[in-house]
Design a protein around this ligand. Structure first.
Ligand SMILES: *[C@@H]1O[C@H](CO)[C@@H](O)[C@H](O)[C@H]1NC(C)=O
Length: 393
């Protein structure tokens, strides 16, 4: 046999072997074959849950396909563990929450994934229809607290790609008790005066990444709660909203800390805060350590760089107390742009546990044609490179 022929034969065998052993064909479940109607009016909750049941119960890797159109869904829980190595939701349509906020407003969550692994959500628009609830809250009327649009709890290896979340009643996306969550191309949209509509909230979770996303909302762009570690945020546009916030932390006496957070190449436009760390002025076991803010652009941000350890809303249960949250190793590198207030840098730290090893490196924040200022209380660290306003560390 000639050598070339043997090579071709070998390559052929490898391909056949791969197809039969590795590339197990995946199963696709179209929500319309389970009765979902793309008319925006028919309740499709049961159909989606049946499709999930079939996909999750299949031994093969499965895809749930949502064709174009609007699908009305009440609250839905998608629970695992599934029998297979993964379920993909491929959404070409829009999922719509009930317009009447009383239907899901007291349930906590609209679309809730729990105890799942290897779930992948690709594309689609999630429309929380929250505007009526925001009006109710702003008018100070009796209204429910509202539902989070998309929540993952106690889950691993999750991917959320190219998903848009608009007008959530409450938080848009919550990651709680999860490990290894990758989000990219996420688009969050809610008006700048919508209450409690945080874009992405992460807590009790590790190895979460948020890439290439745009978040416009009435509350935090990203909020980072207790027990978060190894969080990576890169190439994100924030605004309007309240910025990227670590906290509020230290509400409880016993609380896990936040560590290893990277916020890189982020632009804040017209937000209330930029890079914020916030803790209650109360005793706590909590901490924040190893945080890096790098290549950040601020455009008319009210508090571009802020650590506030005296959070005490309504001045109840905290006045006169001091925060127990220990803040250390916080680096700000290449932060530039404009502040909408005179105080561009503010470190208001705990008296008993001063902030330590804060590092400023090339920070330049201007305030119109007037000088900007920095303010420090109980904060220590170093500054290098160009620093405007002058460092108070
Ligand atoms: C910090 O988190 C990143 C992911 O965000 C990870 O790659 C890195 O290994 C972590 N570093 C430490 C010291 O755990």
């Amino acid at each position: 046999m000639n050598y070339n022929f043997m090579l071709v034969l070998l390559a052929f065998l490898v391909v056949v072997l791969q197809y039969s052993v590795v590339a197990q064909p995946s199963a696709t479940f179209n929500v319309q074959s389970f009765g979902a109607k793309p008319d925006g009016r028919t309740d499709s909750t049961k159909a989606f849950l049946s499709a999930w049941g079939a996909a999750c119960g299949s031994m093969r890797p499965s895809t749930i396909y949502v064709p174009p159109g609007r699908y009305l869904l009440r609250d839905a829980r998608f629970t695992g563990q599934c029998k297979n190595k993964g379920v993909t939701f491929r959404i070409d349509g829009t999922l719509v929450a009930p317009a009447d906020y009383w239907v899901i407003g007291n349930i906590g969550n609209w679309l809730h994934f729990e105890y799942v692994s290897n779930v992948n959500i690709q594309g689609g628009i999630l429309d929380g229809q929250g505007t009526a609830l925001w009006d109710c809250k702003r008018a100070g009327k009796r209204c429910p607290s509202g539902a989070t649009t998309l929540r993952f709890s106690n889950s691993n290896n999750i991917m959320i790609r190219g998903v848009s979340s608009v007008n959530s009643q409450m938080f848009h996306i919550v990651i709680n008790g999860c490990n290894n969550v990758k989000m990219s191309g996420v688009n969050v949209q809610a008006s700048g005066n919508s209450p409690n509509t945080d874009g992405i909230h992460v807590q009790m979770s590790s190895s979460v990444t948020i890439l290439n996303s745009k978040i416009s909302t009435g509350d935090d762009c990203v909020s980072i709660g207790a027990g978060t570690s190894n969080l990576w945020i890169e190439n994100v546009l924030c605004g309007p909203g309240h910025g990227i916030s670590i906290g509020s932390l230290g509400k409880d006496l016993h609380e896990p800390g936040v560590q290893n957070v990277t916020v890189k190449t982020v632009t804040f436009t017209g937000t209330q805060n930029g890079a914020r760390i916030k803790s209650w002025g109360r005793p706590s076991s909590g901490f924040v350590r190893n945080v890096l803010y790098q290549h950040i652009t601020m455009v008319d941000v009210h508090n571009p760089i802020v650590i506030d350890q005296n959070y005490c809303p309504g001045h109840k249960n905290c006045p006169g107390q001091d925060s127990g949250v220990k803040i250390s190793d916080i680096s700000y590198e290449d932060i530039h742009g404009s502040s909408a207030t005179k105080v561009a840098v503010q470190f208001d730290c705990s008296k008993n546990y001063p902030c330590s090893r804060i590092k400023l490196d090339n920070v330049k924040l201007t305030y119109g044609d007037q000088p900007s200022t920095a303010s420090c209380d109980n904060a220590g660290g170093t500054a290098s490179g160009v620093i405007v306003p002058a460092s108070c560390l």
